[in-house]
Design a protein around this ligand. Structure first.
Ligand SMILES: Cc1cc2nc3c(=O)[nH]c(=O)nc-3n(C[C@H](O)[C@H](O)[C@H](O)COP(=O)(O)O)c2cc1C
Ligand code: SF4
Length: 502
């Protein structure tokens, strides 16, 4: 008997290890395979029993469910996992293997298409590799949506004795966990993507800057790097191609701003995580002053499937200039939270109401913050906005790393606006005045509004304009998004408190 249980940290937090212990005690002869998560967090720990090649799901499993899981009589039986609505409706390209394979089995990885992309890339020139990424339309999944191929072209064209690939695995945005799930559930995909990037732009060394709060991801990815090196996938002669690429995992410093690429590079160099002025671009003067590709985990982990299936295959999915798939992370006050990979173009309302099943509290949805702590609060009236970079921009929002936090109608939006300013004040690197001082003044100004000071309202708008226009990076520059969206879409929350004070 073969049983699959996730070792993903979300599943572990929900009791996966106790379920594994109960399974081992009840069925010592069963082969237990540890996997990543399928992304249906409300069903974790999700146990899968393989029967005639079909994986039958049971969840959320508790140790007391084990006898019923083993004889198939459990009330938590879900049927074939692949037939569940959540799974069937997805287009899993980047996450195709997550939850399916043993994350640390290179043979399992290859049996599911792994390394096909790298083998194809190794037969190409650097320029052909860069052209393939450009043709796929891939844009950075870390937040800004910058075209990945153009960034790679700049590094490819730079003349330097050493170039680097740096993977941004700091994943600091609220409601985001796609990077973690990928690194814990299918780490070889990231390694393969980084190797393709290195060979494409002529970088022989890579670093993954991985947030310190992710000990499981650090352990799994570090082990995968060791295995990859031992198997010749990394090192001086990648898959016997005569081309070199190696990489290391580095633990992050634990600051939100260290996810900003130049601050990250400073931190990686052992310096304080302070934002650098641009220019120079990291693509020209990045890690240790050398040309550096800085890409998000999902951007890099999407590269293998582009090379496996072809740029056109990938580009055929999506909407407008947002090509391929988006890995939505649905969280907050939501009935069904988790990771859902789908082509760009799905509407916000479909994600929240249809996939997420509305709020966990059962109350009406009030707002959804999309794009982490710097993202706008989208009201229900914007629910027809399709997930696409330009479409969200037009609607006054941003997609960012595609994390969605759902709030119900009890949420006080003035409080959320205050929180955005407070977050910026706490996390500011301190380099520029509009952010360092502005965020502190922002908290004070919102407190004045809460006390009923009407004069403070135009002051807040003015302050937001200054922060937007004058900040050096998006921490100070984008904090006005949550603040102003709260004020614009939920003016009653600002007035109600004012009235109460009168
Ligand atoms: C304050 C701040 C925090 C950021 N945090 C992250 C992060 O945790 N992960 C990430 O990939 N990008 C983050 N970014 C975006 C990076 O600066 C950069 O755009 C990204 O790593 C580039 O990779 P991509 O082109 O693949 O998206 C952050 C930006 C800012 C301003
Ligand atoms: S906006 Fe804030 S975080 Fe960014 S450089 Fe200025 S002070 Fe630092």
């Amino acid at each position: 008997m073969k049983v699959y249980v996730p070792m993903d940290s979300a599943a572990k937090a929900l009791g996966a290890e106790d379920v594994v212990a109960a399974l081992r005690a009840a069925a010592p002869e069963a082969e237990i395979v540890r996997t990543g998560s399928r992304g249906m967090i409300w069903l974790e720990p999700l146990v899968e029993v393989e029967l005639d090649g079909v994986r039958l799901g049971f969840g959320p499993a508790e140790p007391s469910d084990v006898p019923g899981i083993l004889d198939g009589s459990s009330a938590k039986a879900l049927g074939p996992v692949e037939d569940l609505d959540w799974m069937k409706r997805q287009t899993r390209l980047t996450f195709a293997r997550v939850g399916v394979i043993d994350p640390l089995s290179l043979s399992d990885y290859q049996a599911h298409g792994g390394l096909t992309g790298l083998r194809r890339a190794l037969a190409m020139t650097g320029q052909e590799i860069v052209d393939e990424v450009k043709a796929s339309g891939l844009r950075g999944r870390g937040g800004a949506g910058f075209p990945t191929g153009i960034k790679w072209q700049t590094v490819h064209d730079a003349d330097a004795p050493q170039k680097y690939i740096v993977c941004n695995a700091d994943e600091g945005d609220s409601a985001t966990f796609a990077d973690r799930m990928l690194m814990e559930g299918d780490p070889f995909t990231l390694i393969e993507g980084m190797a393709i990037a290195g060979i494409g732009v002529g970088a022989t060394k890579g670093y993954v800057y991985l947030r310190s709060e992710y000990p499981d991801a650090i352990a799994v990815l570090s082990r995968a790097v060791e295995i990859a090196r031992a198997e010749g996938l990394l090192g001086g002669d990648v898959l016997c191609s005569g081309r070199a690429f190696d990489m290391e995992v580095r633990k992050g410093a634990g600051a939100y701003v260290c996810g900003e690429e130049t601050s990250l590079l400073n931190s990686l160099e052992g310096k304080r995580g302070v934002v650098r002025s641009k220019p120079p671009l990291p693509a020209l003067e990045g890690f240790l002053g050398r040309p550096t590709v800085v890409n998000n985990v999902i951007s890099l982990a999407t590269v293998p499937v582009i090379f496996e299936k072809g740029a056109q295959f990938y580009a055929d999915f999506g909407l407008g200039r947002s090509r391929g798939t988006v890995t939505l992370q649905i969280a907050g006050n939501v009935a069904q939270g988790g990771l859902f990979e789908t082509a760009f173009g799905i509407s916000l309302g479909e994600v929240v109401n249809d996939l997420g099943g509305g709020t966990a509290s059962g109350r009406p949805v009030k707002a959804v913050q999309v794009g982490g702590p710097l993202g706008a609060y989208m009201p229900v009236s914007k629910f027809d906005t399709p997930l696409g970079y330009e479409e969200f921009d037009t609607a006054g929002g941003l997609i960012g790393h595609a994390g969605l936090t759902v709030f119900d109608d009890t949420t006080d939006m003035l409080g959320m606006a205050r929180f955005a300013m407070e977050f910026c004040a706490v996390e500011s690197c301190g380099k520029c005045t509009p952010c360092r001082i502005g965020a502190v003044r922002g908290v004070e100004t919102i407190d004045r509004i809460a006390q009923g000071d009407a004069d403070a309202l135009p002051l807040l708008t003015d302050l937001c304009e200054t922060m937007k226009d004058g900040s050096l990076c998006a921490l100070g520059g984008f904090t006005p998004f949550p603040v102003m969206s709260a004020l614009t879409h939920f003016p009653d929350d600002f007035a109600r408190l004012k009235e109460a004070a009168e």
